[in-house]
Design a protein around this ligand. Structure first.
Ligand code: FMN
Length: 398
């Protein structure tokens, strides 16, 4: 995907370096454009190192390789994101002013455009700025609304640029081919908690990152997404219906209720197989040296879903194992009637719980085994969604 990251002269410009890095990590080809005033805030060199492309600084660069770059880049880009967008560049966009490289490029460009305003709260709330934002939004620009917070001018108010990771999500969502429009995808994520007494519970190390990334990737591909999430430290993804659950039994109820109307279920949650046999109404007091806790089996959610699954529906499971990873995954795929299983070795470095990257083996119902290289969970999620889409299409054509 070809992305133009246009940085104008706001103090939040420094936040676009991590954004550039994240974009290149998910495989985007990024061209950075800095306005003359942005050049006062950040240096081109780090962007050039990350993108392997010369930053464009001026319309009339004596050494420019392409004198018509403002037109040719507008044709090249799949998406343009202006971040931070100053009050000035927003005003220029609203009024069709083309007096430097960026404003000329924006006038020559007709594709998906994301604009992340960032400025002092008075500047942002000024009727002129609000009217300009309204004008460009009406012409189709997606406004990545600034949030309230501590501003660079030492006041607290609205005008803080959207966080880079949320801008990244918006870019990926905008530019992904919408191959899953009309499909409904159910995703589970995170751990469960099994209450022992009012203050203690049994749980596991699942962070929810993989499931959240899958839900986002499905949304990016145009799907209607329902995310059933255990207790995690992640914000609910915007535009995705999120159902919070606590225990494995809550998860089973939410999944079996929602599954009927869905085309696919991707079970990325890590439900607890057991729960305390008895819930204690009062806090357990300290007693003898040793303590045995009686546990009882929790429902097996994938088995329950297998019973109600219709032929057109796709079922995807995860297998987090510490030994015989492929063997256990093959067995689980068959036993649970899955269409695909994603297996990872939780003992491997850079894989599984809590990490931002993962290394997995993907096995499908036809017996195809793929060992995917280590990649970010966002990229992995996009690849998983591509495979789910393929499986859904295969079923449709049967
Ligand atoms: C230190 C400093 C910080 C600034 N921060 C912002 C800002 O966050 N948002 C904004 O709209 N303008 C900000 N400005 C003002 C812009 O840089 C100014 O309006 C400039 O003309 C914008 O040019 P450009 O849109 O071509 O980059 C700042 C100026 C300075 C000196």
């Amino acid at each position: 995907m070809n992305v133009i990251l246009a940085v104008s002269g706001g103090i939040a410009a420094y936040k676009t370096l991590p954004l550039t890095s994240a974009l290149t990590k998910v495989g985007c080809d990024v061209q950075v454009v800095l306005t003359k005033h942005a050049r006062e805030m950040v240096m081109p060199l780090p962007y050039e190192t990350l993108t392997s492309r010369k930053v464009i600084l001026d319309m009339f660069e004596p050494q420019a390789e392409d004198v018509l770059a403002h037109i040719n880049l507008a044709r090249w880009a799949d998406v343009v994101v202006v971040a931070p967008a100053t009050a000035n560049i927003i005003a220029k966009m609203a009024h069709g002013i083309a007096d430097d490289f960026l404003s000329t490029l924006l006038l020559a460009y007709g594709g998906p455009l994301l604009v992340a305003p960032a400025m002092n709260d008075q500047m942002y709330l000024h009727p002129a700025t609000q009217a300009n934002i309204e004008t460009i939004a009406q012409r189709g620009a997606e406004i990545l609304a600034p949030v309230e917070g501590q501003l660079a001018c030492h006041t607290v108010g609205v005008g803080k640029m959207m966080e880079p990771e949320d801008i990244l999500k918006a870019i990926l969502a905008t530019a992904m081919p919408k191959t899953m429009t009309g499909k409904r995808i159910l995703v589970s994520a995170g751990p469960t908690q099994e209450q022992v007494d009012p203050v203690r519970y049994l749980t596991n190390h699942s962070s929810g990152k993989m499931g959240y990334a899958i839900a986002q990737a499905a949304k990016n591909a145009g799907a209607d997404v329902i995310l059933v999430s255990g207790p995690v430290h992640l914000d609910p993804p915007p535009g995705i219906k999120t159902i919070p659950i606590i225990s494995t039994r809550d998860l089973e109820k939410a999944i079996t209720e929602a599954f009927e109307t869905c085309d696919a279920l991707i079970m990325a949650a890590a439900p607890s197989d057991y729960r305390p046999a008895v819930y204690l109404d009062n806090k357990m007091k300290k007693g003898e040296e040793d303590l045995s806790l009686a546990l009882t089996r929790n429902p097996d959610i994938l088995s329950a879903v297998k019973e109600i699954k219709k032929p057109h529906q796709v079922l995807v499971g995860f297998a987090a194992e510490s030994q015989n990873v492929e063997g256990y995954a093959q067995d689980k795929l068959k036993r649970k009637g899955l269409d695909m299983i994603i297996a990872n070795d939780i003992t491997a470095a850079n894989a599984g719980f809590g990490h931002d990257v993962n290394t997995v083996t993907v096995i499908d119902r036809a017996g195809q085994v793929d060992h995917w290289p280590t990649m970010s969970k966002d990229r992995l999620a996009a690849q998983i969604i591509e495979r789910v889409d393929k499986l859904l299409n295969e079923k449709k054509s049967l």
